[in-house]
Ligand binder design. Structure first.
Ligand code: BES
Ligand code: ZN
Ligand code: ZN
Length: 529
């Protein structure tokens, strides 16, 4: 069944095995390949590399010398020794020891795993000295698990068996820690945590990669229901149809939706997990345009090619709920002291005889009127009602939206960085710290108030596009800010660039959907707010 994303992911991950060991990696080998990480320009004689080299009668040192390997990040050298515990040895560079971080370790491991997969090698042993990565084996293992599972991600449900076979994966990894390492149970816990986070990223990627032909507002509803069902009561959802949205006065959201044959759905998902008493509320909103043709302000065909990704914000919000529910049911997080809400205003932006026309005026749930001059700036119009709904019915302390909002953020920051806007420095700093802790690139952007005047309309309270193209990501964010109360701490993440990798595989990223934000939000929600 094509809509059973959760079941599909479980099945995929079941074929991956990750183990931790403090046995001797040479005496009790496991797998075809031995991965040896080394820092730049270090004397390796007394390190593990030196020990392997002695076993290989100096063969490894010779190979390192002839290949001019220095241990720089991204460098690697490969040896296939005979009469050794492993059929292949790959030495990978980690860069400078002083600059060692867990996100960089992830990228380096990912690179090695991809190299091995490309050479049809499917099982490996990784020798790791955890010392440079801090005291927490839990954290280290969590990062390693994410690297292992995420590099294994593939979206192949539309490939025939014949085509699928051409690609292979590293499906078994054993991480060897120093002998007599204590607290290996922390490794298993960290790996379980990382596996759940990776599962969330898989979910977000699957939903975004799914062609829009199969990704309707109703598909997001079905996925929401699968999440609530699996959570055994931890997560509940409410879904509003067109009639209910009309009754609440969501003229903006319904305006965006009205050109499509597929009915809109306004999804509200909740996880009330706090202790009784005073609880803070956090609300996550995800832009959920299941396809953005531009509407009557039709996009040129090239710009439309990837517009199935315009629900990436919503996919990420659903994935975060899945992760939080699973972490909680596996007792990997304590009860947190807040209630978590998610909102997905899900609809399709299509041109038709029923579609919104440029110049039409819609009224949002908070009573504000919007002159829609460009039907392709639809995300902000749909989000106007989601933000208004959150303010009116949920009154959150923290409001965070994720949206593939503007092409302009790609001009500003490229394809690898999220643009972060916000009205509350504490929240902005926490989101930045969470993203940087996870190695998800992000940069703060200004909510420069003076540009708001560019969105003044002659006929309505606001128009949906600014006069002139410059500063488009800022004016998009400013538009949203008009629907947020001053006293609500709000952050807006423009993920238009980062949601989709149009280039080659890169570290933890496959081609296509990236799942940007799942990890950042999970880190934010599992640390103290
Ligand atoms: N969904 C797009 C933004 C987008 C562009 C996402 C590229 C991912 C990759 C959004 O709805 C849009 O079309 N924005 C317009 C706004 C403009 C008309 C003010 C844009 O960025 O061109
Ligand atoms: Zn658009
Ligand atoms: Zn859009």
């Amino acid at each position: 069944m094509l809509t059973d994303y959760l079941g599909g992911i479980e099945k995929k991950l079941a074929s991956f095995t990750l183990k931790f060991s403090s046995e001797d990696i040479l005496r009790q080998p496991s797998g075809q390949v031995l991965i040896i990480p080394v820092f730049e320009e270090e004397d390796t004689k007394d390190l593990f590399l030196g020990r392997v080299d002695r076993r290989l009668a100096g063969g490894l040192a010779r190979k390192i010398k002839t290949s001019r390997f220095q241990g720089k990040e991204g460098e690697y050298t490969v040896l296939s020794p005979s009469d050794f515990a492993y059929e292949t040895v790959i030495v990978i560079g980690l860069g400078k020891r002083k600059q060692a971080t867990l996100p960089s370790l992830q990228k380096n491991l990912a690179r090695a795993l991809r190299y091995l997969a490309g050479h049809h090698l499917t099982s490996a042993a990784f020798s790791l000295d955890p010392t440079p990565y801090g005291p927490s084996l839990f954290e280290i293992s969590r990062f390693l698990a994410e690297a292992f599972f995420l590099t294994g991600y593939q979206f192949d449900r539309y490939k025939s068996e014949k085509t699928k076979k051409k690609t292979s994966q590293v499906t078994a990894l054993t991480v060897y820690l120093p002998r007599r390492q204590k607290n290996l149970d922390q490794c298993d816990k960290g790996a379980a945590f990382g596996r759940i986070v990776a599962k969330g990223v898989y979910l977000s990627r699957d939903l975004v990669n799914e062609p829009a032909d199969h990704m309707h507002p109703e598909t997001l509803v079905k996925t929401t229901q699968a999440i609530t069902k699996a959570s055994q009561g931890k997560v509940v959802a409410e879904v509003l149809d067109e009639v209910q949205c009309r009754r609440l006065g969501m003229g903006a959201f319904l305006g965006v939706a009205q050109g499509s044959e597929r009915p809109p759905r306004f999804i509200i998902i909740k996880m009330k997990k706090g202790k009784e008493g005073k609880r803070q509320k956090i609300c996550l909103i995800g832009k959920s345009i299941t396809f953005d043709s531009g509407g009557l302000s039709l996009k040129p065909s090239e710009a439309m090619e990837t517009m199935k990704i315009d629900m990436a914000g919503g996919a990420t919000v659903l994935a975060v709920f899945k992760v939080m529910a699973d972490l909680s049911s596996q007792k990997l997080i304590n009860d947190f002291a807040y209630d978590l809400y998610g909102i997905l205003p899900a609809c399709e932006n299509m041109p038709s005889g029923k579609a919104l026309r440029p110049g039409d005026i819609v009224t949002a749930l908070n009573g504000m009127t919007i002159e829609v001059l460009n039907t392709d700036a639809e995300g902000r119009v749909a989000l106007a009602d989601a933000l208004s709904y959150a303010e009116k019915y949920l009154q959150p302390d923290y409001l965070i939206d994720l949206a593939t909002l503007t092409g302009a953020i790609m001009i500003a920051l490229g394809e690898e960085m999220t643009g972060l806007f916000g009205n509350n420095q504490t929240l902005v700093d926490r989101v930045l710290a969470a993203a940087r802790g996870e190695g998800e690139a992000i940069w703060p952007m200004p909510l420069y108030q003076d540009y708001l005047s560019k969105m003044k309309s002659d006929l309505a309270d606001l128009k949906n596009v600014a006069a002139g193209r410059y500063g488009g990501a800022i004016t998009g964010a400013l538009f949203l800010s008009e629907f947020v109360k001053k006293e609500t701490a709000w952050a807006h993440l423009d993920i238009a660039g980062v949601s989709y990798n149009s280039g080659e595989v890169n570290g933890l990223l496959a081609k296509g959907a990236t799942g940007w934000g799942v990890r950042t939000l999970v880190r934010l929600l599992t640390s103290k707010l």
